[in-house]
Design a protein around this ligand. Structure first.
Ligand code: N01
Length: 546
Protein backbone atom coordinates (compact mmCIF):
# COMPACT_ATOMS: atom_id res chain seq x y z
CA UNK A 1 0.00 0.00 0.00
CA UNK A 2 1.15 3.52 -0.76
CA UNK A 3 -0.80 5.17 2.08
CA UNK A 4 0.90 6.30 5.30
CA UNK A 5 0.95 3.56 7.89
CA UNK A 6 1.45 3.68 11.63
CA UNK A 7 1.24 1.17 14.42
CA UNK A 8 -1.31 1.92 17.12
CA UNK A 9 -0.98 0.49 20.62
CA UNK A 10 -2.83 -2.73 19.87
CA UNK A 11 -0.27 -3.63 17.26
CA UNK A 12 -2.51 -3.45 14.21
CA UNK A 13 -0.96 -1.79 11.20
CA UNK A 14 -3.37 0.94 10.22
CA UNK A 15 -3.45 2.04 6.61
CA UNK A 16 -4.37 5.70 6.41
CA UNK A 17 -6.16 6.91 3.30
CA UNK A 18 -8.43 9.70 2.18
CA UNK A 19 -11.03 7.19 1.11
CA UNK A 20 -11.66 3.48 0.98
CA UNK A 21 -13.90 2.27 -1.84
CA UNK A 22 -15.65 -1.06 -1.40
CA UNK A 23 -16.71 -3.08 -4.44
CA UNK A 24 -15.10 -3.41 -7.89
CA UNK A 25 -18.15 -3.13 -10.12
CA UNK A 26 -19.06 -0.08 -12.20
CA UNK A 27 -19.52 2.16 -9.15
CA UNK A 28 -16.24 1.33 -7.39
CA UNK A 29 -14.12 1.34 -10.51
CA UNK A 30 -15.42 4.75 -11.60
CA UNK A 31 -14.72 6.26 -8.18
CA UNK A 32 -11.20 4.86 -8.02
CA UNK A 33 -10.35 6.34 -11.40
CA UNK A 34 -11.99 9.71 -10.71
CA UNK A 35 -10.71 10.16 -7.14
CA UNK A 36 -7.17 9.30 -8.12
CA UNK A 37 -7.36 11.83 -10.96
CA UNK A 38 -8.41 14.41 -8.38
CA UNK A 39 -5.34 13.63 -6.27
CA UNK A 40 -6.93 11.62 -3.46
CA UNK A 41 -5.05 8.86 -1.70
CA UNK A 42 -7.54 6.09 -2.23
CA UNK A 43 -7.81 2.30 -2.45
CA UNK A 44 -10.41 -0.09 -3.75
CA UNK A 45 -11.13 -3.35 -1.96
CA UNK A 46 -13.18 -6.22 -3.33
CA UNK A 47 -14.02 -9.63 -1.91
CA UNK A 48 -13.83 -11.37 -5.31
CA UNK A 49 -10.59 -12.04 -7.14
CA UNK A 50 -11.17 -9.65 -10.03
CA UNK A 51 -13.14 -6.66 -11.34
CA UNK A 52 -16.72 -6.79 -12.59
CA UNK A 53 -19.01 -6.72 -9.54
CA UNK A 54 -22.19 -8.61 -10.43
CA UNK A 55 -20.46 -9.80 -13.60
CA UNK A 56 -17.62 -11.27 -11.58
CA UNK A 57 -20.06 -13.28 -9.47
CA UNK A 58 -22.78 -14.07 -11.97
CA UNK A 59 -21.10 -16.40 -14.45
CA UNK A 60 -23.87 -18.97 -14.77
CA UNK A 61 -24.57 -20.22 -18.32
CA UNK A 62 -26.50 -17.59 -20.21
CA UNK A 63 -25.67 -14.72 -17.82
CA UNK A 64 -25.94 -11.61 -19.93
CA UNK A 65 -26.75 -7.97 -19.47
CA UNK A 66 -30.12 -6.86 -20.73
CA UNK A 67 -29.09 -3.23 -21.16
CA UNK A 68 -27.74 -2.55 -24.62
CA UNK A 69 -24.37 -1.11 -25.49
CA UNK A 70 -23.19 1.62 -25.73
CA UNK A 71 -25.48 2.69 -22.88
CA UNK A 72 -24.05 -0.04 -20.69
CA UNK A 73 -20.45 1.18 -20.58
CA UNK A 74 -18.35 4.04 -19.25
CA UNK A 75 -18.42 7.32 -21.10
CA UNK A 76 -14.64 7.88 -21.08
CA UNK A 77 -13.47 8.22 -24.75
CA UNK A 78 -10.14 6.64 -23.80
CA UNK A 79 -12.15 3.46 -23.36
CA UNK A 80 -14.86 3.47 -26.02
CA UNK A 81 -12.63 4.77 -28.81
CA UNK A 82 -10.62 1.57 -28.50
CA UNK A 83 -13.06 -1.01 -27.18
CA UNK A 84 -15.47 -2.86 -29.45
CA UNK A 85 -18.20 -5.22 -28.31
CA UNK A 86 -19.08 -8.50 -29.93
CA UNK A 87 -22.76 -8.35 -29.02
CA UNK A 88 -25.43 -5.71 -28.52
CA UNK A 89 -26.28 -7.36 -25.17
CA UNK A 90 -22.91 -8.72 -24.01
CA UNK A 91 -22.56 -11.88 -21.95
CA UNK A 92 -20.96 -12.09 -18.55
CA UNK A 93 -17.56 -13.27 -19.89
CA UNK A 94 -17.36 -10.36 -22.35
CA UNK A 95 -18.26 -7.95 -19.56
CA UNK A 96 -15.44 -9.35 -17.45
CA UNK A 97 -13.06 -8.83 -20.40
CA UNK A 98 -14.30 -5.25 -20.61
CA UNK A 99 -13.55 -4.71 -16.91
CA UNK A 100 -10.04 -6.12 -17.41
CA UNK A 101 -9.52 -3.75 -20.30
CA UNK A 102 -10.75 -0.83 -18.17
CA UNK A 103 -8.48 -1.86 -15.29
CA UNK A 104 -5.44 -1.87 -17.60
CA UNK A 105 -6.38 1.31 -19.39
CA UNK A 106 -6.97 3.21 -16.15
CA UNK A 107 -4.10 1.44 -14.37
CA UNK A 108 -6.34 0.39 -11.49
CA UNK A 109 -4.63 -2.76 -10.29
CA UNK A 110 -1.94 -1.04 -8.22
CA UNK A 111 -4.64 0.48 -6.01
CA UNK A 112 -6.96 -2.50 -5.75
CA UNK A 113 -6.93 -5.30 -3.21
CA UNK A 114 -8.92 -8.40 -4.04
CA UNK A 115 -10.09 -11.15 -1.70
CA UNK A 116 -10.70 -8.44 0.86
CA UNK A 117 -14.05 -8.53 2.60
CA UNK A 118 -14.88 -5.47 4.69
CA UNK A 119 -16.47 -6.81 7.86
CA UNK A 120 -16.86 -3.72 10.06
CA UNK A 121 -16.47 0.03 10.18
CA UNK A 122 -16.77 2.46 13.08
CA UNK A 123 -16.75 6.25 13.07
CA UNK A 124 -14.41 8.04 15.45
CA UNK A 125 -15.86 11.50 16.08
CA UNK A 126 -12.67 12.92 17.62
CA UNK A 127 -10.59 12.13 14.60
CA UNK A 128 -13.50 12.49 12.17
CA UNK A 129 -12.47 9.25 10.50
CA UNK A 130 -13.72 5.76 9.84
CA UNK A 131 -11.78 2.78 11.14
CA UNK A 132 -12.50 -0.13 8.84
CA UNK A 133 -11.66 -3.77 9.45
CA UNK A 134 -11.45 -6.53 6.90
CA UNK A 135 -12.21 -10.17 7.56
CA UNK A 136 -8.51 -10.99 7.15
CA UNK A 137 -7.60 -8.50 9.90
CA UNK A 138 -6.45 -5.51 7.88
CA UNK A 139 -7.27 -2.08 9.30
CA UNK A 140 -7.87 1.12 7.35
CA UNK A 141 -8.37 4.59 8.77
CA UNK A 142 -10.05 6.87 6.27
CA UNK A 143 -11.87 10.15 5.95
CA UNK A 144 -14.46 8.78 3.52
CA UNK A 145 -16.07 5.37 3.43
CA UNK A 146 -17.48 4.76 -0.06
CA UNK A 147 -19.69 1.73 -0.48
CA UNK A 148 -20.24 0.39 -3.95
CA UNK A 149 -21.45 -3.05 -3.00
CA UNK A 150 -24.25 -3.00 -5.56
CA UNK A 151 -27.81 -4.20 -5.20
CA UNK A 152 -27.08 -7.92 -5.30
CA UNK A 153 -24.25 -8.55 -2.84
CA UNK A 154 -26.25 -10.78 -0.54
CA UNK A 155 -27.76 -13.98 -1.94
CA UNK A 156 -31.09 -15.29 -0.82
CA UNK A 157 -31.88 -18.97 -0.40
CA UNK A 158 -35.22 -19.79 1.24
CA UNK A 159 -34.83 -21.89 4.37
CA UNK A 160 -36.60 -24.96 3.05
CA UNK A 161 -36.39 -27.92 5.35
CA UNK A 162 -33.93 -30.55 4.17
CA UNK A 163 -31.62 -28.48 1.95
CA UNK A 164 -28.56 -29.98 3.63
CA UNK A 165 -29.87 -33.49 3.08
CA UNK A 166 -29.88 -33.19 -0.73
CA UNK A 167 -27.41 -35.71 -2.18
CA UNK A 168 -26.95 -33.98 -5.52
CA UNK A 169 -25.49 -30.51 -6.17
CA UNK A 170 -27.32 -27.47 -4.81
CA UNK A 171 -26.26 -24.13 -6.32
CA UNK A 172 -27.10 -20.44 -6.14
CA UNK A 173 -26.34 -19.03 -9.62
CA UNK A 174 -24.24 -16.17 -8.29
CA UNK A 175 -21.83 -18.75 -6.85
CA UNK A 176 -21.55 -20.67 -10.10
CA UNK A 177 -18.31 -22.70 -10.24
CA UNK A 178 -15.56 -21.14 -12.35
CA UNK A 179 -14.96 -24.45 -14.15
CA UNK A 180 -17.59 -25.74 -16.57
CA UNK A 181 -20.30 -28.00 -15.15
CA UNK A 182 -21.23 -30.98 -17.27
CA UNK A 183 -25.01 -31.10 -17.14
CA UNK A 184 -25.38 -33.29 -20.18
CA UNK A 185 -28.04 -35.91 -19.55
CA UNK A 186 -28.61 -34.70 -15.96
CA UNK A 187 -31.90 -34.04 -14.19
CA UNK A 188 -31.81 -30.34 -13.37
CA UNK A 189 -34.21 -28.17 -11.37
CA UNK A 190 -34.31 -24.38 -11.52
CA UNK A 191 -36.32 -22.71 -8.78
CA UNK A 192 -37.21 -19.11 -9.55
CA UNK A 193 -38.06 -17.31 -12.76
CA UNK A 194 -36.53 -13.88 -12.30
CA UNK A 195 -33.97 -12.67 -14.87
CA UNK A 196 -31.48 -15.25 -13.60
CA UNK A 197 -33.86 -18.20 -13.74
CA UNK A 198 -34.99 -17.30 -17.24
CA UNK A 199 -31.48 -16.91 -18.64
CA UNK A 200 -30.37 -20.16 -17.06
CA UNK A 201 -33.42 -22.08 -18.24
CA UNK A 202 -32.85 -20.95 -21.83
CA UNK A 203 -29.29 -22.28 -21.75
CA UNK A 204 -29.73 -25.41 -19.67
CA UNK A 205 -32.69 -26.56 -21.78
CA UNK A 206 -30.08 -27.10 -24.52
CA UNK A 207 -27.97 -29.53 -22.47
CA UNK A 208 -29.88 -30.99 -19.55
CA UNK A 209 -31.32 -34.48 -19.86
CA UNK A 210 -34.42 -33.05 -18.27
CA UNK A 211 -34.97 -29.54 -16.99
CA UNK A 212 -37.77 -28.69 -14.58
CA UNK A 213 -38.56 -25.04 -13.96
CA UNK A 214 -40.35 -24.21 -10.70
CA UNK A 215 -42.28 -20.97 -11.11
CA UNK A 216 -44.05 -19.12 -8.31
CA UNK A 217 -44.87 -15.97 -10.29
CA UNK A 218 -44.75 -15.56 -14.04
CA UNK A 219 -42.12 -13.28 -15.52
CA UNK A 220 -43.47 -10.80 -18.06
CA UNK A 221 -40.32 -11.15 -20.07
CA UNK A 222 -39.98 -9.58 -23.51
CA UNK A 223 -37.83 -10.49 -26.51
CA UNK A 224 -34.20 -9.46 -26.60
CA UNK A 225 -33.06 -8.63 -30.11
CA UNK A 226 -29.46 -9.68 -29.92
CA UNK A 227 -27.03 -8.39 -32.57
CA UNK A 228 -23.60 -9.90 -33.27
CA UNK A 229 -20.65 -7.75 -34.37
CA UNK A 230 -17.65 -9.18 -36.18
CA UNK A 231 -15.62 -6.04 -36.50
CA UNK A 232 -15.43 -2.43 -35.43
CA UNK A 233 -18.99 -1.65 -36.54
CA UNK A 234 -21.24 -1.27 -33.48
CA UNK A 235 -24.96 -0.61 -33.00
CA UNK A 236 -24.42 3.17 -33.23
CA UNK A 237 -21.54 4.94 -35.00
CA UNK A 238 -18.93 6.00 -32.48
CA UNK A 239 -19.23 9.58 -33.70
CA UNK A 240 -22.60 9.61 -31.92
CA UNK A 241 -21.23 8.38 -28.59
CA UNK A 242 -20.47 11.75 -26.96
CA UNK A 243 -24.04 12.84 -27.52
CA UNK A 244 -25.41 9.45 -26.39
CA UNK A 245 -23.47 9.62 -23.13
CA UNK A 246 -24.37 13.25 -22.56
CA UNK A 247 -28.07 12.47 -22.94
CA UNK A 248 -28.21 9.35 -20.77
CA UNK A 249 -29.20 11.56 -17.85
CA UNK A 250 -32.08 13.05 -19.85
CA UNK A 251 -33.84 9.71 -19.92
CA UNK A 252 -36.10 8.38 -17.15
CA UNK A 253 -34.00 5.25 -16.83
CA UNK A 254 -30.55 6.38 -17.94
CA UNK A 255 -30.70 4.95 -21.46
CA UNK A 256 -31.69 6.88 -24.56
CA UNK A 257 -35.43 6.52 -24.59
CA UNK A 258 -38.20 8.20 -22.66
CA UNK A 259 -41.88 7.54 -22.15
CA UNK A 260 -44.11 8.68 -25.00
CA UNK A 261 -45.60 12.12 -24.40
CA UNK A 262 -49.17 10.77 -24.55
CA UNK A 263 -51.33 8.44 -22.53
CA UNK A 264 -52.48 4.98 -23.56
CA UNK A 265 -56.06 5.84 -24.46
CA UNK A 266 -55.24 9.03 -26.31
CA UNK A 267 -54.50 6.68 -29.23
CA UNK A 268 -57.28 4.70 -30.83
CA UNK A 269 -56.99 0.92 -30.84
CA UNK A 270 -55.30 0.68 -34.21
CA UNK A 271 -52.71 3.31 -33.42
CA UNK A 272 -52.09 1.81 -29.99
CA UNK A 273 -51.54 -1.62 -31.50
CA UNK A 274 -49.07 -0.16 -33.99
CA UNK A 275 -47.25 1.67 -31.18
CA UNK A 276 -46.97 -1.51 -29.13
CA UNK A 277 -45.77 -3.51 -32.14
CA UNK A 278 -43.08 -0.93 -32.95
CA UNK A 279 -41.82 -0.80 -29.37
CA UNK A 280 -41.88 -4.59 -29.12
CA UNK A 281 -39.86 -4.92 -32.33
CA UNK A 282 -37.03 -2.84 -30.89
CA UNK A 283 -36.20 -5.79 -28.65
CA UNK A 284 -34.92 -4.03 -25.58
CA UNK A 285 -36.67 -2.27 -22.72
CA UNK A 286 -38.61 0.04 -25.05
CA UNK A 287 -41.92 -1.71 -24.54
CA UNK A 288 -41.45 -1.15 -20.79
CA UNK A 289 -39.72 2.20 -20.47
CA UNK A 290 -40.47 3.99 -23.71
CA UNK A 291 -44.16 3.27 -23.89
CA UNK A 292 -47.19 5.46 -22.97
CA UNK A 293 -46.31 7.59 -19.96
CA UNK A 294 -49.24 6.32 -17.88
CA UNK A 295 -48.37 2.62 -18.15
CA UNK A 296 -46.76 2.36 -14.69
CA UNK A 297 -49.32 4.66 -13.09
CA UNK A 298 -52.77 3.80 -14.43
CA UNK A 299 -54.42 0.41 -13.93
CA UNK A 300 -56.34 0.33 -17.21
CA UNK A 301 -53.36 1.51 -19.21
CA UNK A 302 -51.28 -1.14 -17.50
CA UNK A 303 -53.84 -3.86 -18.29
CA UNK A 304 -53.75 -2.89 -21.95
CA UNK A 305 -49.96 -3.32 -21.99
CA UNK A 306 -50.29 -6.64 -20.17
CA UNK A 307 -52.88 -7.97 -22.62
CA UNK A 308 -50.61 -7.23 -25.57
CA UNK A 309 -47.71 -8.97 -23.83
CA UNK A 310 -49.91 -11.94 -22.88
CA UNK A 311 -51.19 -12.51 -26.40
CA UNK A 312 -47.72 -12.21 -27.92
CA UNK A 313 -46.34 -14.63 -25.35
CA UNK A 314 -49.11 -17.22 -25.45
CA UNK A 315 -48.67 -17.47 -29.21
CA UNK A 316 -45.22 -18.98 -28.56
CA UNK A 317 -46.42 -21.78 -26.27
CA UNK A 318 -48.02 -24.97 -27.62
CA UNK A 319 -49.71 -26.36 -24.52
CA UNK A 320 -52.60 -24.15 -23.33
CA UNK A 321 -52.17 -25.34 -19.72
CA UNK A 322 -48.51 -24.32 -19.76
CA UNK A 323 -49.44 -21.05 -21.46
CA UNK A 324 -51.91 -20.32 -18.67
CA UNK A 325 -49.13 -20.66 -16.06
CA UNK A 326 -46.56 -18.63 -18.00
CA UNK A 327 -48.91 -15.94 -19.27
CA UNK A 328 -52.31 -16.12 -17.54
CA UNK A 329 -55.40 -14.81 -19.29
CA UNK A 330 -56.25 -12.76 -16.22
CA UNK A 331 -53.54 -10.22 -15.37
CA UNK A 332 -51.73 -11.50 -12.25
CA UNK A 333 -49.90 -8.26 -11.29
CA UNK A 334 -49.13 -4.86 -12.73
CA UNK A 335 -46.98 -5.09 -15.84
CA UNK A 336 -43.47 -3.65 -15.38
CA UNK A 337 -43.75 -3.31 -11.60
CA UNK A 338 -41.65 -6.41 -11.09
CA UNK A 339 -38.34 -6.37 -12.93
CA UNK A 340 -38.94 -7.14 -16.61
CA UNK A 341 -36.38 -9.46 -18.21
CA UNK A 342 -35.36 -9.82 -21.80
CA UNK A 343 -35.55 -13.34 -23.16
CA UNK A 344 -34.21 -15.22 -26.11
CA UNK A 345 -36.46 -18.19 -26.75
CA UNK A 346 -37.42 -18.70 -23.09
CA UNK A 347 -41.09 -19.41 -23.65
CA UNK A 348 -40.39 -21.79 -26.53
CA UNK A 349 -38.28 -24.11 -24.34
CA UNK A 350 -41.51 -25.32 -22.76
CA UNK A 351 -42.46 -26.85 -26.12
CA UNK A 352 -39.44 -29.18 -25.83
CA UNK A 353 -39.93 -32.73 -24.51
CA UNK A 354 -36.98 -32.37 -22.08
CA UNK A 355 -38.43 -29.32 -20.28
CA UNK A 356 -41.30 -29.18 -17.81
CA UNK A 357 -42.86 -26.46 -15.72
CA UNK A 358 -44.15 -26.77 -12.17
CA UNK A 359 -46.46 -24.11 -10.81
CA UNK A 360 -45.41 -23.58 -7.19
CA UNK A 361 -47.76 -20.68 -6.56
CA UNK A 362 -50.55 -21.11 -4.04
CA UNK A 363 -52.84 -22.05 -6.93
CA UNK A 364 -50.47 -24.87 -7.87
CA UNK A 365 -48.25 -27.19 -5.86
CA UNK A 366 -45.91 -25.20 -3.58
CA UNK A 367 -42.55 -26.58 -2.48
CA UNK A 368 -42.76 -28.16 0.96
CA UNK A 369 -39.15 -29.30 1.44
CA UNK A 370 -35.95 -30.49 -0.12
CA UNK A 371 -35.30 -34.22 0.18
CA UNK A 372 -32.12 -36.29 -0.27
CA UNK A 373 -33.29 -37.00 -3.84
CA UNK A 374 -34.83 -33.72 -4.89
CA UNK A 375 -37.72 -31.38 -4.24
CA UNK A 376 -41.03 -32.26 -2.64
CA UNK A 377 -44.07 -30.20 -3.56
CA UNK A 378 -47.56 -30.47 -2.11
CA UNK A 379 -48.22 -32.97 -4.93
CA UNK A 380 -45.16 -35.26 -5.10
CA UNK A 381 -41.39 -35.67 -4.91
CA UNK A 382 -39.39 -34.64 -8.00
CA UNK A 383 -35.94 -36.25 -8.30
CA UNK A 384 -32.86 -34.30 -9.44
CA UNK A 385 -29.09 -34.42 -9.81
CA UNK A 386 -28.84 -30.61 -9.61
CA UNK A 387 -31.00 -28.03 -7.88
CA UNK A 388 -30.32 -24.47 -8.94
CA UNK A 389 -31.82 -22.01 -6.58
CA UNK A 390 -32.35 -18.83 -8.65
CA UNK A 391 -34.23 -17.21 -5.80
CA UNK A 392 -32.46 -13.88 -5.99
CA UNK A 393 -30.98 -11.56 -3.43
CA UNK A 394 -31.64 -9.69 -0.24
CA UNK A 395 -31.52 -6.90 -2.74
CA UNK A 396 -30.45 -3.26 -2.39
CA UNK A 397 -30.03 -3.11 1.41
CA UNK A 398 -28.69 -6.63 2.16
CA UNK A 399 -25.13 -5.96 0.95
CA UNK A 400 -24.85 -2.85 3.12
CA UNK A 401 -26.49 -4.31 6.21
CA UNK A 402 -24.21 -7.34 6.25
CA UNK A 403 -21.28 -5.06 7.12
CA UNK A 404 -21.20 -4.06 10.78
CA UNK A 405 -21.16 -0.29 10.30
CA UNK A 406 -21.39 1.81 13.45
CA UNK A 407 -21.93 5.57 13.54
CA UNK A 408 -20.89 7.92 16.40
CA UNK A 409 -23.85 6.92 18.56
CA UNK A 410 -22.79 3.28 18.43
CA UNK A 411 -25.95 2.35 16.54
CA UNK A 412 -25.28 0.07 13.60
CA UNK A 413 -26.64 0.69 10.10
CA UNK A 414 -28.50 -2.59 10.35
CA UNK A 415 -30.19 -1.41 13.57
CA UNK A 416 -30.87 1.99 12.05
CA UNK A 417 -32.67 0.29 9.15
CA UNK A 418 -34.38 -2.46 11.13
CA UNK A 419 -37.90 -1.03 10.79
CA UNK A 420 -37.53 1.05 7.65
CA UNK A 421 -34.82 2.20 5.29
CA UNK A 422 -33.99 5.88 5.47
CA UNK A 423 -31.49 7.76 3.34
CA UNK A 424 -30.97 11.18 1.94
CA UNK A 425 -30.71 11.28 -1.85
CA UNK A 426 -30.23 7.53 -1.85
CA UNK A 427 -26.57 8.00 -0.98
CA UNK A 428 -26.19 8.93 2.68
CA UNK A 429 -27.69 8.19 6.09
CA UNK A 430 -28.20 10.44 9.13
CA UNK A 431 -25.84 9.40 11.93
CA UNK A 432 -23.27 7.98 9.49
CA UNK A 433 -21.01 10.89 8.51
CA UNK A 434 -18.67 10.84 5.53
CA UNK A 435 -20.21 7.63 4.29
CA UNK A 436 -21.76 7.41 0.83
CA UNK A 437 -23.11 4.59 -1.27
CA UNK A 438 -24.16 4.18 -4.89
CA UNK A 439 -26.76 2.01 -6.63
CA UNK A 440 -28.38 1.52 -3.24
CA UNK A 441 -31.69 2.16 -1.51
CA UNK A 442 -33.79 5.12 -2.61
CA UNK A 443 -31.57 5.97 -5.55
CA UNK A 444 -32.81 5.37 -9.13
CA UNK A 445 -30.92 2.03 -8.85
CA UNK A 446 -33.01 -0.77 -10.37
CA UNK A 447 -34.80 1.61 -12.68
CA UNK A 448 -31.55 3.14 -13.90
CA UNK A 449 -28.95 1.80 -16.27
CA UNK A 450 -25.98 0.76 -14.06
CA UNK A 451 -23.11 2.76 -15.59
CA UNK A 452 -25.28 5.90 -15.85
CA UNK A 453 -26.04 5.67 -12.13
CA UNK A 454 -22.42 4.83 -11.22
CA UNK A 455 -21.14 7.94 -12.96
CA UNK A 456 -23.94 10.24 -11.89
CA UNK A 457 -23.79 9.37 -8.19
CA UNK A 458 -20.00 8.90 -8.14
CA UNK A 459 -19.41 12.34 -9.66
CA UNK A 460 -21.74 13.95 -7.14
CA UNK A 461 -19.91 12.30 -4.20
CA UNK A 462 -16.54 13.42 -5.56
CA UNK A 463 -17.85 16.95 -6.04
CA UNK A 464 -18.98 16.95 -2.40
CA UNK A 465 -15.56 15.72 -1.27
CA UNK A 466 -13.88 18.45 -3.31
CA UNK A 467 -16.16 21.05 -1.73
CA UNK A 468 -15.18 19.78 1.73
CA UNK A 469 -11.51 20.02 0.78
CA UNK A 470 -11.85 23.56 -0.58
CA UNK A 471 -13.61 24.71 2.60
CA UNK A 472 -11.24 22.76 4.84
CA UNK A 473 -14.12 20.84 6.43
CA UNK A 474 -13.95 17.47 8.15
CA UNK A 475 -17.42 16.12 8.42
CA UNK A 476 -20.47 15.93 6.17
CA UNK A 477 -23.64 14.30 7.42
CA UNK A 478 -27.24 14.54 6.28
CA UNK A 479 -29.76 15.70 8.83
CA UNK A 480 -32.55 13.57 10.24
CA UNK A 481 -35.03 16.07 8.78
CA UNK A 482 -33.67 15.78 5.26
CA UNK A 483 -33.80 12.01 5.62
CA UNK A 484 -37.42 12.10 6.81
CA UNK A 485 -38.46 14.47 4.04
CA UNK A 486 -36.74 12.32 1.47
CA UNK A 487 -38.48 9.20 2.77
CA UNK A 488 -41.80 10.98 2.37
CA UNK A 489 -40.90 11.83 -1.21
CA UNK A 490 -39.93 8.21 -1.92
CA UNK A 491 -43.35 7.00 -0.70
CA UNK A 492 -45.19 9.78 -2.51
CA UNK A 493 -43.55 8.90 -5.81
CA UNK A 494 -44.14 5.19 -5.28
CA UNK A 495 -47.78 5.68 -4.27
CA UNK A 496 -48.45 7.60 -7.45
CA UNK A 497 -47.42 4.46 -9.34
CA UNK A 498 -48.60 0.85 -9.35
CA UNK A 499 -45.30 -0.37 -7.87
CA UNK A 500 -46.54 -0.84 -4.29
CA UNK A 501 -49.33 -3.12 -5.56
CA UNK A 502 -46.81 -5.79 -6.51
CA UNK A 503 -44.57 -8.09 -4.45
CA UNK A 504 -40.99 -7.78 -5.62
CA UNK A 505 -37.50 -6.93 -4.48
CA UNK A 506 -38.27 -3.32 -5.49
CA UNK A 507 -40.57 -3.32 -2.44
CA UNK A 508 -38.38 -5.54 -0.23
CA UNK A 509 -41.10 -8.18 -0.14
CA UNK A 510 -39.00 -11.00 -1.58
CA UNK A 511 -37.31 -11.52 1.80
CA UNK A 512 -39.36 -12.79 4.75
CA UNK A 513 -39.76 -10.13 7.47
CA UNK A 514 -38.03 -7.40 5.45
CA UNK A 515 -39.93 -4.10 5.76
CA UNK A 516 -42.38 -3.54 2.91
CA UNK A 517 -41.30 -0.20 1.43
CA UNK A 518 -40.23 1.27 -1.90
CA UNK A 519 -36.47 0.75 -2.20
CA UNK A 520 -36.21 2.64 -5.47
CA UNK A 521 -36.53 6.34 -6.29
CA UNK A 522 -39.30 6.59 -8.87
CA UNK A 523 -38.90 10.18 -9.98
CA UNK A 524 -36.69 9.22 -12.93
CA UNK A 525 -33.06 10.06 -13.64
CA UNK A 526 -33.54 13.63 -14.97
CA UNK A 527 -35.39 14.77 -11.82
CA UNK A 528 -32.92 12.96 -9.59
CA UNK A 529 -30.02 14.56 -11.45
CA UNK A 530 -31.61 17.99 -11.08
CA UNK A 531 -32.11 17.45 -7.34
CA UNK A 532 -28.48 16.44 -6.87
CA UNK A 533 -27.34 19.43 -8.85
CA UNK A 534 -29.47 21.85 -6.83
CA UNK A 535 -28.40 20.35 -3.51
CA UNK A 536 -24.75 20.89 -4.41
CA UNK A 537 -25.40 24.37 -5.80
CA UNK A 538 -27.05 25.29 -2.47
CA UNK A 539 -23.96 24.37 -0.46
CA UNK A 540 -25.06 20.77 0.16
CA UNK A 541 -28.50 21.58 1.39
CA UNK A 542 -29.85 18.94 3.75
CA UNK A 543 -26.38 18.14 5.08
CA UNK A 544 -24.53 19.50 8.12
CA UNK A 545 -20.96 20.38 7.30
CA UNK A 546 -18.34 21.02 9.97
O1 N01 B 1 -33.84 -12.72 -8.64
P1 N01 B 1 -35.38 -12.29 -8.53
P2 N01 B 1 -32.91 -12.83 -9.94
N1 N01 B 1 -40.24 -20.09 -3.25
O2 N01 B 1 -35.57 -11.86 -7.14
C1 N01 B 1 -38.49 -16.90 -6.81
C2 N01 B 1 -30.84 -8.48 -12.04
N2 N01 B 1 -30.40 -9.42 -13.06
O3 N01 B 1 -31.59 -13.33 -9.47
O4 N01 B 1 -41.53 -13.77 -8.13
C3 N01 B 1 -40.37 -20.11 -4.58
O5 N01 B 1 -35.75 -11.38 -9.62
C4 N01 B 1 -39.19 -15.62 -7.12
O6 N01 B 1 -40.58 -15.84 -7.18
P3 N01 B 1 -41.60 -14.62 -6.91
C5 N01 B 1 -32.22 -7.98 -12.34
O7 N01 B 1 -32.33 -6.65 -11.92
C6 N01 B 1 -30.17 -8.92 -14.28
O8 N01 B 1 -33.56 -13.55 -11.02
O9 N01 B 1 -41.06 -13.90 -5.69
N3 N01 B 1 -39.86 -19.21 -5.42
C7 N01 B 1 -38.56 -15.25 -8.46
O10 N01 B 1 -39.14 -15.96 -9.51
C8 N01 B 1 -33.06 -8.88 -11.51
O11 N01 B 1 -34.33 -8.36 -11.20
C9 N01 B 1 -29.80 -9.76 -15.27
O12 N01 B 1 -42.89 -15.26 -6.67
C10 N01 B 1 -39.14 -18.22 -4.86
C11 N01 B 1 -37.11 -15.74 -8.27
O13 N01 B 1 -37.15 -16.71 -7.24
C12 N01 B 1 -32.19 -9.06 -10.29
O14 N01 B 1 -30.89 -9.14 -10.79
C13 N01 B 1 -29.64 -11.11 -15.06
C14 N01 B 1 -38.95 -18.13 -3.46
C15 N01 B 1 -36.19 -14.63 -7.83
O15 N01 B 1 -36.13 -13.65 -8.81
C16 N01 B 1 -32.49 -10.30 -9.50
O16 N01 B 1 -32.76 -11.36 -10.41
C17 N01 B 1 -29.87 -11.60 -13.78
C18 N01 B 1 -39.52 -19.11 -2.66
N4 N01 B 1 -39.41 -19.09 -1.33
C19 N01 B 1 -30.26 -10.74 -12.81
N5 N01 B 1 -38.19 -17.05 -3.21
C20 N01 B 1 -29.61 -9.19 -16.61
O17 N01 B 1 -29.07 -8.17 -16.84
C21 N01 B 1 -37.94 -16.48 -4.40
N6 N01 B 1 -38.50 -17.18 -5.39
C22 N01 B 1 -30.23 -9.94 -17.64
Amino acid sequence: LNGNTHKPVNGDVVHELDALIVGAGFGGVWQLKRLRDEGYNVKLVECGTDYGGVWYWNRYPGARVDSAIPFYEFSDPALWEEWTWKQRFPGSAELRSYFSFVADKWDLRKDTEFETFVSSAAWDDNEAKWTIHTKAGKVFKVKYFLLNTGFAAKRYIPDWKGIDSFKGTFLHPSYWPHEELDLKGKRVAIIGTGSTGIQLAQELSKVAGHLTVFQRTCNMSMPMRQVEYNGPKQYFPKAEYPSIFEHRTDSFSGFAFNFLPRSTFEDDEEKRRKTYEDLWAEGDFSYWLATYYDMLFNKEANREAYNFWRDKTRAKINDPKVAEILAPMEQPYAFGCKRISLENGYFEIFNQPNVSLVDISNKGTPITDVTPNGIRTSEKEHEFDYIICATGFDAVTGGLKQIDIKGPSGESLSEHWSKETTTYLGMSVAGFPNMFFTYGPQGPTALCNGPTCAQLQGDWIIKAMNYMKEKDLKKIECTKKSEDDYKELIWKLANASLLPTVNSWYMGTNIPNKPREPLIYLGGVPTYYKTLHETAANGYEGFELS
